[in-house]
Design a protein around this ligand. Structure first.
Ligand SMILES: Nc1ncnc2c1ncn2[C@@H]1O[C@H](COP(=O)(O)OP(=O)(O)OP(=O)(O)O)[C@@H](O)[C@H]1O
Length: 571
């Protein structure tokens, strides 16, 4: 059991069976000194691999995972027990006698939701493993046997369908070579040759049950048989010329596969989606993957041009075509000859211009304003809109015939909030790019920040996320991006301002317990690293922390082997 008391943290080994009295009393087996702990505060009973805690009518009570203990409460590995202000975390590393729980999909998801909440609240590691059978039902019995014999009692597993087993691994951080994860994977891979295995960790790959399941499943499905693949390695980076896109959400991966197929044709494509969702990138992908990629890619934002100038911008004009047309000018459509024109916000085009555009599309010929002759035109159109063009067409706000032509192939990009798997990946990538561009030290996102980002609704979608990371890199001073560095609209915190007259005095703000524990851990780990002169195994031993957990936390807290924070300049 890891005990965090005041400034110190230590490991208290639990017996295999018997009782452990916790309190300030000299007779206590686990003797604590903090005044918030009663003399005889609580008792642990250990029997047959089961650990239970009972509160002994203590003054400040005993809490497990934030809930007050009433009567005798069974503990699972990773449970956080609070005694007054002292925090203890149970860690069972030996195999328990009880087999793992094999659950039906619904209870398994319910259990996962609980584990996610615990992981986030107390900053405890949690990994979610998916095993995809090589064929539905094949080796299923052998896999079931592994679940029954090999898993800890704190772990849970279950078949989500005929071909996919989901395993919840509390207290497993998903580190390379991690003992717990490695053992499970080996046992499963031996029982089921040809299985694909993938895992996701909380909060790095997701802050809710559904996202973690999707992430671990996509990692498994995209990997080679017999090997384990991390969700963080399963994102796709698409290079489209100078543009680089990150895709991880299965819906987005499928959409881009569709775009690639459509690119091979000459059909116009209509890209639909909220602002900032990535419509221009999708349009560029159509161009990049088409036979026109060597030709120009011209963008025109139809909403940004004053109504009187739209026609000349699109079709071009001859000298003297209208007042102010001092010289002839090639329109955007003509500039795109041999390539692709991207008409952003096409729904904003005035109706008369829509009629002219339709004619150009049908005849593949264009006439500049003020000119009689027609020029032939070889372009492909990709249009985009955040509006419902079909409804606009029905209501007469958009020409139906043009809508049918532009929307021959429609691609709908989901808003960022509907692809939670991508939020943390994009945030990390944008933050790294922004730090690099500013020439500043790398920053990492704390677990709490990942949680905040995953709960925000992102009305400005990917663009808003990119801007936010640019801001954080420019404004932040430390190496860890914490929620208080983010604007109140994102964190949901009330904006600054004088309290209304007559309102009660504001209490001194308190940090969440998880944040205090993290600060304490960081301090203790830094001291230990310095004392051990950077030898991680020694440092871990000095504060009684398992080396795996120590390494995981070093990474999470951005610590270097010299005890400083990542990127700290040497004196
Ligand atoms: N999958 C992605 N990976 C990396 N960057 C992305 C991704 N999707 C969008 N972006 C970035 O987000 C920003 C907004 O994207 P984009 O301009 O394509 O959105 P949009 O939907 O066309 O916006 P608008 O509706 O305002 O025209 C750009 O900086 C773009 O590069």
């Amino acid at each position: 059991m890891l005990v965090l008391e005041g400034e110190s943290s230590f490991r208290f080994p639990l017996p295999a069976s018997g009782m452990v009295l916790i309190g300030r009393d000299v007779e206590a087996d686990l003797r604590l000194r903090d005044d918030s702990v009663s003399r005889r505060h609580a008792r642990l009973t250990l029997h047959g691999g089961e650990v239970r805690v009972i509160d002994l009518d203590s003054h400040n009570g005993t809490l497990v995972n934030g809930r007050r203990v009433e009567g005798s409460h069974r503990l699972a590995s990773g449970d956080v027990v609070t005694l007054g202000t002292v925090v203890a975390v149970l860690r069972t590393s030996t195999r328990a006698a009880a087999p793992a729980h094999t659950l039906e999909p619904e209870p398994l998801m319910e259990r996962l939701r609980m584990e996610v909440e615990r992981s986030l609240r107390y900053s405890r590691p949690l990994a979610v493993l998916t095993l995809a059978l090589p064929e539905s039902g094949l080796h299923r019995e052998a896999v079931d046997n592994v679940c029954a014999t090999e898993f800890h009692s704190a772990e849970a597993a279950g078949w989500m369908d005929d071909g996919h087993l989901l395993v919840l691994l509390p207290e497993v951080a998903g580190e390379t070579g991690e003992e717990d994860l490695g053992e499970r994977v080996e046992a499963l891979a031996v029982a089921c040759p040809g299985a694909r295995l993938g895992y996701a960790v909380c909060p790095t790959d997701g802050c809710d049950a559904d996202t973690l399941v999707t992430a671990s499943r996509s990692a498994a499905e995209g990997g080679p048989p017999g090997l384990l693949r991390a969700a963080s390695d399963s994102a796709t980076r698409l290079s489209l010329g100078e543009r680089s896109l990150l895709l991880a959400d299965p819906a987005m991966v499928q959409l881009y596969a569709l775009i690639r197929r459509l690119a091979a044709s000459e059909l116009p494509v209509l890209v639909n989606g909220e602002t900032g969702v990535g419509k221009e990138n999708a349009a560029f992908a159509v161009h990049h993957w088409s036979r026109r990629s060597a030709g120009p890619f011209i963008t025109l934002n139809c909403a940004a041009i004053p109504e009187g100038l739209v026609e000349s911008e699109l079709f071009g004009h001859e000298k003297g075509a209208f007042t102010g047309a001092a010289a002839p000018r090639t329109g955007h459509l003509e500039s795109a000859h041999g390539g692709t024109i991207f008409l952003d916000e096409v729904g904003e085009l005035p109706l008369p211009v829509q009629a002219k555009l339709l004619r150009v599309l049908e005849t593949k010929r264009i006439t500049r304003l003020g000119e009689a002759r027609e020029r032939s035109l070889d372009i492909r159109i990709v249009a985009a809109t955040h509006r419902n063009l079909e409804a606009d067409a029905q209501a007469g706000r958009f020409r139906q015939d043009l809508y049918f032509r532009l929307g021959a192939a429609t691609v709908l990009l989901p808003p960022l909030r509907e692809r939670p798997r991508e939020i943390s990946l994009l945030a990390r990538s944008f933050l790294a790019q922004a730090c690099h561009a500013l020439g500043r030290r790398e920053m990492i996102l704390s677990a709490d920040t990942l949680q905040v980002l995953s709960h925000y609704r992102w009305p400005g979608n990917v663009r808003e996320l990119r801007n936010l990371m640019d801001f954080a890199a420019a404004a932040g001073t430390g190496d860890v991006l914490e929620p208080h560095h983010l604007p109140p609209r994102v964190t949901g915190a009330p904006t600054a301002g004088a309290p209304p007259v007559g309102s009660p005095p504001t209490p001194t703000p308190r940090k969440p317990l998880s944040e205090e524990i993290r600060e304490l851990e960081r301090r203790r780990m830094e001291e230990a690293l310095q004392e051990a002169e950077g030898v991680q195994s020694h440092a871990a031993a000095l504060i009684g922390m398992p080396i795996r957990t120590f390494r995981f936390k070093m990474k999470q807290l951005g610590l270097t082997a010299r005890g400083g924070q990542r990127g700290t300049p040497s004196p």
